[in-house]
Design a binder for this molecule. Structure first.
Ligand SMILES: *Cc1c(COP(=O)(O)O)cnc(C)c1O
Length: 387
């Protein structure tokens, strides 16, 4: 029974809105039939808006990593020089994929918990002017940092022809990003984070310059060959059987986003970020990331007076509240709260209040109610329409 009342606040997967659940239970249709074509054709322009992209967004059946891999295999050839920003587990994943595909990787290592300085990318680019692509994570989910990808894109384009390829898996649908304006060439996302869907669908928004590179690139590829995705999408199809139920769900997700308004979606995430962070400060919980570098979709906390894993265990056992732990060297060092997608200020008030009880259990000292009060205060001073 517990699964039915679990409070899922990991930074992916995330909870699914009931109307999206209902949409996904529609009967399966033929993926080469007119209905599926109509569905894809109808969703394509709407998805472009969510990605701030002038080009169609390609849909890949696979987890987010499939689109990261697609970005690498389609835009690069063995031996190409690339820059990869590594400031956490997902930056590391990008670097691993690049190494797997025999690229010459210039890695920019940033302390986990900090955002990369755009100047650092500029400096490495000046040292390696033949760089073909710069890979950077938008929200580094493992640390709760939001990297300044738009500024990086602008600076890279001033200096070179390198493509800017961004992992937006845990930010698209939660954090504002404008591909077109900032000149991001390739923007990847996945279904199970702020896009409010189950895992299994990946997105690739590809700008004009990146398409030119992709068309000229003769590296062999098959399932992830984006040229075939684009060709098929012109006809309202995908090259292989799509995750149909997820497509039904996606249509409803787009309805929800449009009904709320994209700007409002972004503001709601900012509000949840501030509520969570101010509550942590009032509860004397050390935030792992500065206010400036912090993500609006995930918050990481580095406790000093108790074990992060003990807190997570009690939260789960007593309240069914699921929080994420740390990855790699941060395992046991931090815990992370996801507040993205189907998450609202009322959910923040709920998990902060629950956290207070759990903090008492682990012997952390604070004034009872201080976290909830701080979150309420942030809420009350924000615009009333942001419920
Ligand atoms: C979740 C996530 C991914 C993709 O993970 P999958 O398990 O392949 O879906 C990639 N990048 C970031 C930043 C993520 O948060």
């Amino acid at each position: 029974m517990k699964r039915e009342w679990e409070l899922l606040h990991t930074p992916g997967p995330t909870p699914i809105p009931p109307s999206v659940d209902r949409a996904m239970s529609q009967p399966i249709i033929g993926h080469r039939g007119q209905k599926c074509k109509d569905l894809l054709k109808e969703m394509t322009p709407r998805l472009k808006t969510v990605f701030g992209s002038s080009q169609d967004v390609q849909l890949i059946t696979g987890s987010g990593t499939s689109a990261l891999e697609a970005a690498v295999v389609n835009t690069t050839s063995p031996g190409d020089e690339v820059i990869v920003v590594v400031a956490g587990a997902f930056g590391e994943r990008f670097a691993k994929i690049c190494n797997t595909y025999e690229l010459t990787v210039h890695q920019i290592d940033v302390e986990w918990g900090k955002a990369v300085q755009p100047e650092a990318v500029e400096a490495v680019l000046k040292q390696h002017p033949d760089t073909k692509a710069v890979f950077v994570t938008h929200c580094e989910t493992s640390t709760g940092v939001m990297h300044p990808v738009e500024e990086i894109a602008q600076r890279v384009h001033k200096l070179s022809e390198a493509l800017v390829i961004v992992d937006g898996v845990s930010s698209i649908g939660g954090a504002k990003i404008d591909m077109e304006q900032s000149g991001i060439d390739f923007l990847v996302s996945g279904s199970q984070k702020a896009m409010m869907l189950p895992p299994g669908l990946a997105f690739a928004a590809i700008g004009k310059r990146a398409w030119e590179v992709i068309h000229q690139n003769d590296r062999p590829r098959f399932y992830l060959d984006l040229k075939t995705y684009d060709k098929k999408l012109q006809d309202g199809q995908t090259p292989f059987t799509p995750a149909l139920s997820l497509l039904f769900g996606l249509e409803e997700v787009l309805n929800l986003i449009e009904e709320e308004g994209l700007e409002h979606v972004y503001e709601r995430h900012q509000l949840m970020k501030r509520m969570t962070r101010e509550a942590c400060k009032a509860l004397h919980l050390p935030l792992f990331v500065s206010d400036e570098d912090a993500s609006c979709t995930v918050t990481a906390i580095k406790p000093e007076t108790f074990e992060a894993e003990q807190l997570r265990k009690i939260a789960n056992e007593e309240f069914g509240l699921l929080l994420a732990g740390g990855q790699q060297h941060l395992k046991g060092q931090i815990f992370r709260i996801g507040h993205m997608g189907y998450s609202r200020p009322a959910n923040v008030l709920q998990y902060i209040s629950v956290l207070e009880i759990v903090l008492k259990r682990v012997g952390h000292e604070f004034e009872a109610g201080a976290g909830t009060a701080a979150a309420q205060e942030v809420y009350l001073t924000a615009a009333r329409e942001l419920v």
